[in-house]
Each structure stands twice: as C-alpha cells, then as structure tokens.
Design a protein around this ligand. Structure first.
Ligand code: PLP
Length: 337
C-alpha cells in the first residue's frame, strides 16, 4: 500500500506533506524550425507535458502537494470536478489510483455519450462519475460539497480538491517549477527574456510569477488566456499570489499591473477550438514533431506567434514556451478546427 507514502518537503520556512509524481526535471529543448518561422533567434520549449505520470501536464506538479495534504489528513477518497474535457480530473483520478484512494469526479452538464479523451481515461482509472445536469460551472462546487457531506456521514474521510485544481497548495508546485528551470539554464550563456504560458484558472501563472520574482529570474512572464477576460484573470492571479505568499511566508512585492495576460486568443470560448489555435497545433506538429493540445497550449502558441507579429516579442529575445500538456484532448471529436 502506498497510502502513507508522503514526506515532509521544506520550502522556505514551511514544511509541506508531499508525494513525488514528477521526476527531478522535465526536458527543455530548442524549437529551431518554429524559431525560424517566427523569426525569433532563441526559442525553447519546457516539456511539462512529459511529466512521467498519468499522461503528464502541469496539474501533476500541484497534485504533489494537494495529495500529500490529503494523505496527511488520512483521507480515503478524493473528490474533484470540472468539465468532462478536464486534464485536472484525469490527473487526480490517476493519483487516486496510485495511492489506493477512491475517486469521485463531478462534471457540469449531462452524461456524455462520447467516451473519448480525458473522460475515457477517467472511466478507465475507475473513478465514480457524476454529472450535475447544469451547464453552470458552480453547480460542480455545490455537488462536490454535498457528496463530501454524504461520505462523511457514512464514515469516509473525503478530501475535496477545488474545481479545476486552482488552489494555493497547487500554486506551490508551479512555484518550484521556476527553480527547476533556473537550474536548467544556470550553465547556459543564453537565457530566456520571456516565458509564454497558457492561463486557465490562473494557478500556473501565479506560481510562475511568484517564483520568478522570488528567485529573481531574468525573464518576464506573458500569459495567454484561454477562458476568462484578462481583468478577471488578473484579479484571480493576484489573489492566488498573495495567498501563496502567506502560505510560504514570503513577500514578492508583485503588483497587479505587473501581471501580463493577453485575452485575444481565446477564440469562440473555453474548450472550443479556435482557427488560430488549430493552425498553431498544425504548425508545431509539422515543423517540430511536437503535439500541442486544443484547449490550452495550441491557443498559447497562437498567442506567442501573435505577440511576435505585433512586436510585443522581439526577434532578438529568448523565448521559453511552457508546454503544460493536455494532449488527450486531441482525441476528442470536434477538438480541431
Ligand atoms: C489546467 C491547464 C492549464 C492552465 O493552468 P491553470 O493553472 O488552470 O491556469 C494549461 N494547460 C493545460 C494542459 C492544463 O490542463
């Protein structure tokens, strides 16, 4: 049984229960052909899609701390929720399987006929699945609380991971990714001037902003929104940064107007393919043999290309693109425009 296999990780002055699901580092390599296409002299990609557990992706970094916390509290069941396309729910279900925990997935909308992509994987991982029957996203939060209460009343110890996985403990995992990347560039003479990454719930960019400020990284961070308008995203990111500072006992002096999020690349909406996103997926596959995903990284790459076109990113700048995973979404019908 792996149930009690968490350890105490010291970060700053604080100690966190943590499990290890990632290796020591994910690869960084150049995208020489895309660099030529975009007329950028130095373009790298950080392959968090290759995190070696449960089809990888950025969510695994945060889950090391969330599941550590759940195990430390003696939980026997994980409850989380989101859209049926969710990478987060799939990642949680995989971790539950590994640690011998029961898994309950709550989705908004109605039971899908379509067993594909992440939803198929979640079923394969043995999760119990509920649909709220409402398209309102917050219906998931209510249902999760109700299920947790029911389980408590029947003697179980459930642990609820917030919808989409955006929580302060999750941000800590992203914060540490910055330290990892700084180490990887420590011995290289050329370093990135800008990091481009997708923004959904904002936990990932919050960790990158706080980590970059705290470890004095030489780059700025430019987020590409895939779901919410920039002002809404920025407010949420600021909140997550502040809460994480409190949790870690550190202070970064990051101001809200230092948060850069572009919302021109969302297309028709969250989880709906955009022409620019699909073109970016195609371009990256054809020129690099690297697969992006339709919900996040395709649109983020479209953003990188767009920012280069408008000279927001200069040709002589070093650019690091964060591949946050999500490729199971490529196998959902209709996820390619
Ligand atoms: C969740 C997710 C993101 C966005 O991360 P947030 O922390 O929600 O902003 C980006 N890419 C992929 C593949 C994801 O699953």
């Amino acid at each position: 049984m792996l149930r009690n296999r968490f350890y105490k990780a010291h970060i700053g002055n604080v100690c966190f229960p943590r499990v290890r699901l990632t290796g020591p580092r994910t690869p960084i390599h150049r995208l020489l052909n895309l660099a030529e296409k975009f007329e950028i002299s130095n373009l790298w990609i950080k392959r968090d899609d290759l995190i070696c557990f449960g089809f990888g992706g950025n969510k695994i970094r945060g889950l090391e701390f969330l599941v550590g916390d759940a195990l430390a509290q003696g939980a026997d069941t994980l409850i989380t929720g989101a859209s049926p396309l969710s990478n987060h729910v799939r990642a949680v279900a995989a971790v539950a399987a590994r640690y011998g925990l029961k898994m309950v997935a709550v989705y908004w909308g109605n039971q899908s006929e379509d067993y594909s992509g992440n939803y198929k994987l979640v079923r394969m991982l043995g999760a119990q699945v509920f649909f709220t029957g409402s398209t309102v996203r917050t219906s998931v939060d209510r249902e999760m609380e109700m299920l947790a209460l029911k389980l408590k009343n029947s003697g179980s110890i459930p642990y609820v991971i917030p919808r989409g996985g955006a929580s302060v403990l999750g941000v800590v995992g992203q914060f540490l990714a910055v330290r990892e990347v700084l180490k990887q560039f420590a011995t290289r003479s050329i370093k990135p001037d800008v990091v481009v990454l997708p923004v959904g719930s904002g936990g990932t960019i919050a960790g990158w902003l706080l980590g970059s400020a705290w470890y004095k990284a030489p780059w700025r961070v430019e987020g590409i929104a895939v779901s919410k308008p920039a002002p809404e995203s920025k407010a949420e990111v600021m909140r997550l940064v502040r809460d994480t500072e409190v949790l870690l006992g550190i202070k970064s002096n990051l101001a809200e107007d230092a948060i850069i999020i572009h919302d021109h690349y969302i297309g028709p909406g969250y989880g709906i393919p955009s022409l620019a996103g699909s073109a970016a997926i195609q371009l990256t596959a054809i020129h690099e043999g690297v697969f992006l995903d339709p919900v996040y990284t395709g649109k983020a790459m479209a953003g990188l290309s767009g920012l280069r076109n408008v000279q927001r990113i200069k040709g002589n700048e070093g650019v690091l693109f964060l591949h946050t995973g999500g490729q199971p979404g490529l196998f959902v019908p209709g996820q390619f425009a």
